[in-house]
Design a protein around this ligand. Sequence first.
Ligand code: KG4
Ligand code: ZN
Length: 343
Amino acid sequence: MRVLGIETSCDETGVALYDTDAGLLADALYSQVAMHADFGGVVPELASRDHTRKLLPLVDEVLGQAAHERSDLDAIAYTAGPGLVGALMVGAATAHGMAKGLGIPVLGVHHMEGHLMAPMLEGDRLDFPFVALLVSGGHTQLVAVSGLGDYRLLGESVDDAAGEAFDKAAKMLELDYPGGPAIARLAEQGNPERFRFPRPMTDRPGLDFSFSGLKTHTLTTANALRDAEALDTQARADIARAFEEAVVDTLVIKCRRALDDTGLKRLVVAGGVSANARLRQRLDEAVTKRQARAYYPRNRFCTDNGAMIAYAGAQRLLAGERDGSAMLALPRWPLTDLHPPTS
Ligand code: KG4
Ligand code: ZN
């Protein structure tokens, strides 16, 4: 079965073609990052308009890469939520229009289920059950995954998501959007001994996260140095290092706890922040100590992309699931509302 995947939930237009026998045939991505950079974050209306411009050319590009025609498609999967409603509607309308024209099934996919499944696009075999750490710009969640659509929330952020905290800390240090990669680059030059930032909610039991206090701490530190005219390049790098270390340490502590609590030996890490090299290094150390293993998507599939939507959609379509004619664009849609595939 050849499934076209369409992702338009935020600021990346992603399209991919996944074959349930041959694997990923092609994928293409258009990032709007440069367009939103001047505004320091995503402008929803600009995002929707740009998806409209880029989506169909990307579909043609992907089909061209794979040397296939639209008539070779067996189904279309699109991101139905959560995300920016206007941006989601572009993907939903395009997917439904194409599917109707071609007379093939269409399926709305949960964006975070896409992220969750992204490591399965790699060669390594990954079996259920596992613990998943989902860390993106909008979500920070620990989930016990027993099967496709069988999710139990173990913990989540009570305020900012980890990626959002990276983006806000980057703004405080006058770095470009998106902040995660910019902070990680600057942190490499930072002195880890200069500052120690708090590890929120790690001194009490439970698997929830909070990043807003850490954000305030970062702002206070940066402002104090700025007032003293001492916020030079080295100081900014030292803050970036302390911030990254605090986020990473907090995520690692909770992942260790989640593995110990559930007794599971597999940890899937996905979403934009899973591209962070320091996080991967620290998690690898933690799982090795537990005779467990961590699984990550390849770097380009950590952030938003069409391949993860094509893959997750294909698994549900294979199980016989189909949507009706309603176009789905759900800005808020808890992952735990999902069920295993229904045919
Ligand atoms: O999954 P994603 O592409 O979009 C959402 O669904 O939110 O995640 C984007 C987030 C941004 O907040 C970005 O700053 C963060 O992932 N990110 C990183 C890194 N690369 C992207 N955070 C830390 N380190 C990175 N290397
Ligand atoms: Zn995402």
